[in-house]
Design a binder for this molecule. Structure first.
Ligand code: C2E
Ligand code: MG
Ligand code: MG
Ligand code: MG
Length: 279
């Protein structure tokens, strides 16, 4: 009976695997077509300077508006786009679109663009950043590039010197999701970084136990000593906002201020933010 049951499980397994491979191929084909048809769009979420209580810029967050699947979040397709190489042309489009959008914003507001490791390691990357700036006439000082620890882990001499050249143009570099990867504090000394984005998981941990606040305080304190800004990600409550500010984070981002919204709503987000006092 056991053997029979085992056989039964095996039989159920195989079609399941097949279905997954099939679904993946289908997603890849859909993504290619979606890119050709221009179905990707950028949404924007405010970055808030906590001391000045002011929006200083917006992070660009890509979405896929699929006729069949609805509005698809990046977690569903970025890793697939990376694996199939689509991230290179898609990432180039994201940079161009974000720079073009930001060029129309008032008061020198900045735009932060997320980068994928395979995109940055590709030979034409540096030129694509320069051409996105040139095409939009956006001042380089208004562009922030968000990289992750995984990119620094691959660390080739070339990547680091390239980041240095981009920085020399006036672009700033943020280390995203800090603390979720290998979280080596030595990265902060070794690499040219302007800002650390403390992952949302630490903001959540802070609610639960005092040690959570201690971690944020330690990161913010070290960064301050090194002249690096710190953004707390995923602030949803007034209490979290008070806490991250009192632990020394310089900037915040989260649903408390605003969810990411379409490019056409950037001015509305600014007006709404200015109209309501922060808690
Ligand atoms: P990320 O760069 O860390 O972006 C922050 C994510 O947290 C966004 O999810 C944002 O909507 C979400 N978020 C912001 N505030 C809150 C909050 O208060 N609570 C909660 N629960 N979540 C919050 P999103 O837009 O789904 O993006 C997920 C990830 O996908 C991004 O994480 C980034 O790693 C990647 N991604 C997004 N856009 C791009 C892109 O243009 N290029 C690349 N390479 N990756 C992207
Ligand atoms: Mg990011
Ligand atoms: Mg992040
Ligand atoms: Mg994060």
């Amino acid at each position: 009976a056991a053997k029979q049951a085992g056989g039964g499980r095996f039989q159920m397994f195989e079609p399941d695997m097949q279905a997954r491979v099939q679904a993946r191929r289908c997603l890849e084909a859909d993504l290619c077509r979606a890119f050709r048809r221009g179905e990707f769009e950028l949404h924007y979420q405010p970055l808030v300077n906590l001391r000045e209580q002011r929006i200083t810029g917006f992070e660009a967050l890509v979405r896929w508006r699929s006729p069949d699947r609805g509005l698809v979040p990046p977690d569903v397709f970025i890793s697939v786009a990376e694996a199939m190489g689509l991230i290179v042309p898609l990432g180039k489009w994201i940079l161009e679109q974000a720079c073009a959008d930001a060029a129309g914003w008032p008061n020198g507001l900045k735009v932060a663009v997320n980068l994928s490791a395979p995109q940055v390691c590709e030979a034409g990357f540096e030129a694509s950043v320069e051409s996105a700036l040139a095409a939009s006439s956006l001042d380089a000082a208004r562009l922030e590039l968000e990289i992750t620890e995984s990119l620094l882990l691959r660390e080739t001499e070339d990547t680091v010197t390239m980041l240095g050249r981009l920085r020399a143009l006036g672009i700033s570099i943020s280390l995203d999701d800090f603390g979720t990867g290998y979280s080596s504090l030595s990265y902060l000394l070794k690499f040219p970084i302007d800002k650390v984005k403390v992952d949302r998981s630490f903001v959540l941990a802070m609610d639960e136990r005092a040690e959570g606040a201690a971690i944020i305080r330690a990161i913010a304190g070290l960064c301050q000593t090194l002249g690096i800004a710190t953004t707390a990600e995923g602030i949803e409550t007034a209490e979290q906002l008070r806490n991250v500010a009192s632990q020394g984070c310089t900037e915040g981002q989260g649903y408390l201020f605003s969810r990411p919204r379409p490019a056409s709503e950037v001015l509305a987000m600014l007006t709404e933010f200015n109209a309501k006092r922060l808690p």
